[in-house]
Design a binder for this molecule. Structure first.
Ligand code: ASP
Ligand code: MG
Length: 419
């Protein structure tokens, strides 16, 4: 069995859905489990729906907008307007409307998960119906009966043993060569919907593959594979033809966004290769992520984090930075939910780089009650894996380097533009 994952961009309109069906058609005869995300930007729109709902504004208008978007796709895909899919989609929107007509609880994350998962319910309902219509049987499975999680809504943690049982129990009964389920969604032991965190569908695919001991996972994307840098910040990017699980974990740790960070571990544990391929050019080889580390150092990779704030914290009395200070400082970061991208300490100061956000200003105010705090914003953090002098020079042209950290395989620079 193979597991495929199609993200929002691969099903953003009717033409894209047809392309997905064509790709699946070229795997006829193989058993394939397909994980699909919400269509296009649906999840962002449903996040807006949650805000309108819990703040008692106009959630219905947002539902109408999402309905118009999905209706257009449906109408283009299905000529027969009496097809049962129209009623099914209507039912899903009806259920959403029913929800927003009840009072929200005070638990925002819970309300979020009950609403936002409809994006995936809609996409899988539409795409699987289209496959059934055009190309052959595809069984729709409800991830709210497969993926068991705890109650940490919005960031739910997997209950692996139960999920293993549920997934195998359900898939054993699938007769069709294809089954399709929702990415991103799970459920609690009392049957409430949960979500696995934004962009969590890659992780869903890895969970299924792990539980089913699949032969491989393929993530179909709008890029040719894993590139050595984000083309947004970098010219002449190169595709990494194959990298190891370990390298992929390192890249996502430093902020590379091609694959959701939780995806690799479940695959690595069962030695299941992960392919990243283009849904535009499915015949091309893409990237394979596997056990073999031999190609990891062939091409340097660059990870950029913009809008960084470098905060320097030192005791007001010029005493040393010791464990007690540091643990207190870390507690403030954790309670303000500010994530540290890089840190460095000296005898009398501790410096960290974090993403710019309103929370950071609150954190700085808090720290200033006890420490001298200086900060510098508008910075960029560049991480280079498998660096050399040439790559260091390339990223630091016209930049002033404020912090530089090097280990054997990784260099990290915090820089300011000289303008
Ligand atoms: N639809 C969800 C999101 O946009 C999950 C995913 O796409 O992976 O975050
Ligand atoms: Mg998505």
């Amino acid at each position: 069995m193979k597991i495929f994952k199609f993200g929002g961009a691969s099903v953003k309109n009717a033409e894209a859905v047809k392309n997905v069906v064509q790709i699946l058609g070229s795997f006829k005869g193989e058993k394939i489990g397909v994980v699909v995300s919400a269509m296009g930007k649906t999840t962002n729109l449903l996040e807006k729906l949650v805000d309108e709902y819990v703040n008692d504004r106009n959630p219905l208008a947002v539902i109408e907008e999402s309905k118009a978007f999905h209706d257009q796709i449906l109408n283009e895909l299905f000529e027969d307007k009496s097809h049962v899919i129209f009623a099914r989609v209507e039912t899903l929107f009806g259920a959403l409307e029913k929800r927003i007509n009840t009072e929200p609880s005070s638990n925002y994350a819970y309300e979020y998960d009950q609403l936002v998962g409809y994006g995936e319910l809609l996409s899988t309902t539409i795409v699987s119906a289209y496959i059934n219509e055009k190309s052959g049987a595809c069984e729709w499975l409800d991830a709210r009966k497969l993926i068991r999680t705890n109650v940490t809504y919005k960031e739910a943690k997997i209950d692996w043993d139960t999920t293993h049982e549920l997934v195998n129990g359900a898939v054993r009964n699938v007769e069709a060569h294809l089954f399709m389920t929702q990415g991103f969604l799970g459920h609690t032991n009392t049957g409430h919907a949960t979500t696995l965190g934004r962009e969590g569908s890659d992780f869903s695919a890895a969970i299924l593959a792990h539980c089913l001991e699949a032969e491989s996972v393929t993530i179909w994307k709008d890029v040719p594979g894993v590139l050595n840098a984000d083309p947004k910040w970098f010219d002449n990017t190169q595709k990494l033809n194959h990298i190891s699980f370990k390298e992929a974990i390192e890249l996502s740790y430093y902020g590379a966004t091609v694959i959701h960070p939780k995806t690799i571990q479940p695959l690595k544990n069962k030695n299941i290769p992960l392919f990243v391929k283009s849904f535009v050019k499915p015949e091309e080889s893409g990237t394979v992520i596997h056990e073999d580390t031999s190609a990891d150092s062939l091409i340097p990779s660059f990870i950029f984090k913009m809008k960084q704030v470098l905060i320097s914290i030192s005791p007001k009395d010029f005493s040393f930075m010791v464990e007690e200070n540091l643990s207190e400082i870390f507690e403030h970061f954790a309670s303000h939910r500010v994530k540290i991208n890089l840190m460095q300490n000296s005898a009398i100061s501790f410096s960290v780089s974090v993403d710019e956000s309103p929370q950071v200003q609150k954190l700085i105010a808090k720290l200033r009650e006890t420490y001298n705090v200086k900060y510098n914003d508008g910075l960029e953090l560049v991480t280079i894996r498998h660096y050399d002098q040439e790559t260091l020079d390339r990223v630091s042209t016209d930049k002033k380097i404020l912090v530089e950290q090097k280990s054997r395989a990784t260099a990290r620079l915090i820089m300011k533009s000289i303008s």
